[in-house]
Write a protein that binds this ligand. Sequence first.
Ligand SMILES: NCc1[nH]cc(CCC(=O)O)c1CC(=O)O
Length: 321
Amino acid sequence: MSSAVSSPARTIRIGSRKSQLALVQTYWVQEQLQKAFPDRTFEVHTMSTQGDKILDVALAKIGDKGLFTKELELGMINNEIDFAVHSLKDLPTRLPEGLMLGCVTERENPADALVVHEKHKDKQLATLPAGAVIGTSSLRRLAQLRHHYPHLSFKDVRGNLNTRLAKLDAGEYDALILAVAGLHRLGMGDRIHQAIPSEVSLHAVGQGALGIECREGDAEVLNVIKALEHTPTAQRCYAERAFLRELEGGCQVPIGVNTEINGDALTLTGLVASLDGQTIIKESITGPATEAERLGTELANQAKQQGAQEILNQITAEMRS
Ligand SMILES: NCc1[nH]cc(CCC(=O)O)c1CC(=O)O
């Protein structure tokens, strides 16, 4: 007599960058999925991405999108891993053929944080001395802070969070701007000196959420990762990503967003700034949360009518020269 033995559920291979933040995020995903699917096996496979290797070039000058995602995407296409966990804000708005954004997890606080050198512990952004050196690699943070606080100066900073904080503490900078979410996830929330309000600086598209990318048509994997989807975060991020997708050109651009959901309505605010912080275009749109992408695209077109395209063209030209 033969007994029918069902084949064991296939092992699911999770791809991750090797940075400390990436690993914390990936192990969190693994743990949540293991709880939801106790009979399955989840393995973590780590890979270095281009962005982990090129540390001496200003991020804004590297026009290449997907700096932190390309190797993981190749891993999925070559069937070495089944899905990849990203900080959603590092995931390009256009994905390679055959891959999709399969899940967006619940967002942490998406705001940016001011982290100061010890000697400025009594100061805030507004009261830092003239010429204080703020470390940031983000054109979005640079442009918005310049607009509100023209007395500050800005210097590029690269490397993982620990490296950046060490440079701050060594006196290379007076303060840094970092994401609240990243500091919290690494247990460094005590370094947050001031959460920067959205009136001063809008956050990056997707900031504070994790995005899980997988192969299109892999229904088994898609079904597994969907267990971690947080619908309100997903709707907000789909609107934010559509806004960015419709506006961005070849390089990093100063674009910030804010989203809110009230009942069935989603409000998206989007901002495009010139690098000197002199020109700011800020527009809002409200509509059904179920039509998130349409809202994002419409808002982008609204911003273009207000002159966003000219700002972006000028930045692209400056970056190329
Ligand atoms: N580009 C770096 C990056 N990508 C994601 C985060 C952490 C916060 C997040 O999940 O949005 C950070 C660090 C930072 O911006 O300070």
